[in-house]
Write a protein that binds this ligand. Sequence first.
Ligand SMILES: Nc1nc2c(ncn2[C@@H]2O[C@H](COP(=O)(O)OP(=O)(O)O)[C@@H](O)[C@H]2O)c(=O)[nH]1
Ligand SMILES: [Mg+2]
Length: 686
Amino acid sequence: MKSYSAEHIHNVVLLSHGGAGKTSLAEALLFVSGAITRLGRVDDGNTVADYDPDEIKRRMSVSTALVPVEWAEHKLNLLDTPGYADFFGEVCGAVRVADAALFLLDGVAGVQVGTELTWKQADGYQLPRAVFVNKLDRENASFDQALESLRKVFGGSIVPLTAPIGREQNFRGVVDLVTLRAWGEGREELPLDDATRQAAEPYRERLIEAVAELDDALITKYLEGEALTPEEIAAALRQGIAARRLVPVLCGSATTLRGIVPLLDALGRYLPSAAQMPLLLDSGETQPPAPDGPLAALVFKTISDPYLGRLNFFRVYQGTLASDSHVWNAVKGRDERIGQLFFMRGKTQIPTPQVPAGDIGAVAKLQETATGDTLTTKEANIRLRGITFPEPAYAAAIQPKTKADTDKLSNALQRICEEDPSLRVRRDEATKETIIEGLGESHIESAVERMQRKFGVGVVVGEPKVAYRETITTTARAQGRFKRQTGGHGMYGDTWLEVEPLPRGSGFEFVDRIVGGVVPKQFIPAVEKGVREAMEEGLLAGYPMVDVRVTLYDGSYHSVDSSEMAFRIAASMGFKKAAEAARPVLLEPIMAVEITVPDEFTGDVMGDLNSKRARVLGMEPRDGRTVISANVPQAEMLHYAADLRSLTQGRGYYTMRFSHYEEVPPHLAQQIIAKAQKERETAASR
Ligand SMILES: Nc1nc2c(ncn2[C@@H]2O[C@H](COP(=O)(O)OP(=O)(O)O)[C@@H](O)[C@H]2O)c(=O)[nH]1
Ligand SMILES: [Mg+2]
């Protein structure tokens, strides 16, 4: 692969609702540009971008693939992202390193949920963008309706760059509205007959008008009835797109190879190049790339391979990264040795001596470098802004299948989290479970499959347990006395304990109020230990007891028979008696939830929240959406990702974190206690 200067490199992220045709389009662009000689199909599982076994099985993208396309004097680094919400984490890294975004629209469906969500994501980095309306060969596809829905949702700056020739099964090709050349299948040029020219005229009118409005000199010329030259139009388009004052819209069909040449031309000619992309620093400041400046490259994706180790994908913003060199990882604060560098095309590694400014490459076997890190020189120590990943919305408990799996589990978990920072793994100390968190059920499923395939680790996935707790609601006193006479040496311990409820979240307090040594000093820690042990076991359903103060205020001892052991047992007995008298109750974790939904779904979402015992704390409008804050018991939220998706046709999202504990309502507490009792009985009878 040739080396290109940053002015001729365009890093373009492909974004859309799942299934609009990004992977097929990347394949078409490779094929028409001559990089591949056989056109793969998503449905046959043989495209360049969907190479992962999981993608071939699902017939859809689950990770971002890099597809470089060389056309005229340009190199287009396409980043083919997955469109489905569960794999949104993969979109974040790609959007961060792109110079521009190409949105795909399904020509039948128009703007969809995924289009809106990814449009927002591109807004976050103020990315210039273009749109390709795909699938115009399909029945009921309409370029005009697609344009209309784009305008309605995203505003007035939507401008056609190509116009279709024919429609549905008679869709034959497109007219490039700037050059006025007509294109059929692939690179075939069609004659521009009068009928085609007339059909394209209104679109061209719209384009010229929009372009003229960008520039005072052009608008004067336009109003005086003079024709704008193709060069003037191109220059204005470049400026307008870079300044995000207009969004050009092209059209075609990826699988029948229509509209591909004008798209290749447009991406190189009108979209901003890598040379224009400033460095976004960790501090939030930006600075223009210095042509002779030191290296600054951002790692935006990491793949873990059990045999080859790690492969880091990076984008160079400034300087050049050379094979067989040393670089400085500014985030980890350590030197990394760079071996062979690669350009990537899907899974294919193309060795290269260097990756210049503006380009994207990959490197294997770095020691500590992870997604989000900056590679630079030690002197310059540049730190680029990392990548923000979505917060997890779905949790599952995982358990190794066998003993052998147990040994390999933690390494495998660490590696898949490295690959996918939108996954998180934690140990829930309260329930003694390993919890994996992600964006949805398919996300977790895919991670589990990957662990099996890549690392040979089998796990069972289940619902996470709810970490119930127990506490008391009133004050009570009781005696715990333990006495045993067995032959010579006996056992004797005697304690009087008072239990009191504490405010939520206080945990446990132990108070020693012994006077006159009725319980000798050396046995006091044993008393506390006995109480703690009894609290761990709980009283009602076996859940740990919390928010209790225990005061040891009296007791007695025996000069020969008393021991730490005896006092531990006595205290444990005393605590149980006192707590039982202090009206114990069950507590449940309450989550703080923030849900964002389009206004039309607010009613349904609120109704559902009511059925989930939620306490709604606030509702707030935020650009066409409502943000609902609520406290909801964790037990009600185990499947909320799926619930919300079906309530809002996939357009709502939420974040959730632990807030506090509250008492479980009595009728539910009874069920939980009965269930725990049954479990204990079956365990005992085994
Ligand atoms: N008829 C038709 N089908 C298409 C076209 N482009 C893609 N498809 C089909 O749409 C489905 C989804 O395409 P894919 O490229 O995986 O979409 P992605 O999820 O955006 O990557 C596949 O079955 C493709 O064969 C097109 O231009 N016309
Ligand atoms: Mg895809």
